[in-house]
Design a protein around this ligand. Structure first.
Ligand SMILES: N[C@@H](CCC(=O)N[C@@H](CS)C(=O)NCC(=O)O)C(=O)O
Length: 218
């Protein structure tokens, strides 16, 4: 039975993008159910019918439903070991899981001040000190990963991994908010921008016309 991934608007739903990228970039077949976010009780109920968390993403695999982006990526990594969503070596896996968990639980200021909005015209905006230090930390993570694993391929851990999926929306944030980045970080962003799955999500996001006013603040 095919997997079904329940997602929100591709333009705005950064949490949906993460497991979608993990599945798509590794060639795992899945169906998509897209439910527009913040439109009112009917769409909210559609999400609740899949997961009582009331949030996307959720993954349905037969009788099993997994919700929350990182739990879905962990589930997919376990269910499809050939997809190699985590690095092969134990140290690499520990590192990839740590940066993925750090992304999942942190960077609140960056997330709040630079929401993913793929169709936003590119321009900078004033950011708080907290957001600026989040940006420094993201660049530090990416630079350390690339320095350690760059010899094995162009992604954070050489081959594409769950960590790239977890950071994928940050590429759009850095791009649309015109964040100044170092040259190694730019190189990694270019790799992600050229990724076929990343481009497919982006194209679909740009084709969406539904606007969520509260995410169009700047
Ligand atoms: N920690 C969750 C966050 C999920 C989340 O906040 N999803 C948002 C969309 S990006 C959502 O479903 N919002 C709809 C709502 O709250 O009604 C994850 O990692 O998946």
């Amino acid at each position: 039975m095919a997997l079904t991934l329940v997602i929100g608007n591709k333009n705005y739903s950064s949490w949906s993008m993460r497991p979608w990228m993990a599945l798509k970039a590794t060639g795992i077949a899945f169906d998509e159910v897209q439910i527009p976010l913040y439109t009112g009780p009917a769409d909210k109920q559609r999400i609740l019918d899949f997961t009582r968390s009331g949030k996307v993403p959720a993954l349905v695999d037969g009788d099993i439903t997994v919700w929350d982006s990182l739990a879905i990526i962990e589930y997919v990594a376990e269910r499809f070991p050939d997809a190699r969503l985590w690095p092969h070596d134990v140290a690499g896996r520990a590192h990839a899981r740590s940066v993925s968990a750090e992304m999942h639980s942190g960077f609140m200021a960056l997330r709040n001040e630079c929401g993913m909005n793929i169709h936003r015209p590119i321009h900078p905006k004033p950011l708080s000190d907290e957001a600026m230090s989040n940006i420094v930390r993201v660049q530090q993570i990416w630079t350390e990963c690339r320095a350690a694993y760059g010899g094995q391929g162009p992604y954070l851990f050489g081959a594409f991994s769950g960590a790239d999926a977890m950071f994928a929306p940050v590429i759009h944030r850095f791009r649309t908010y015109a964040i100044e980045v170092t040259s190694p970080v730019r190189g990694y962003m270019d790799t992600m921008l050229a990724n076929a799955a990343f481009q497919e999500w982006t194209k679909a996001a740009l084709a969406e016309t539904l606007v969520i006013e509260k995410f169009e603040i700047d």
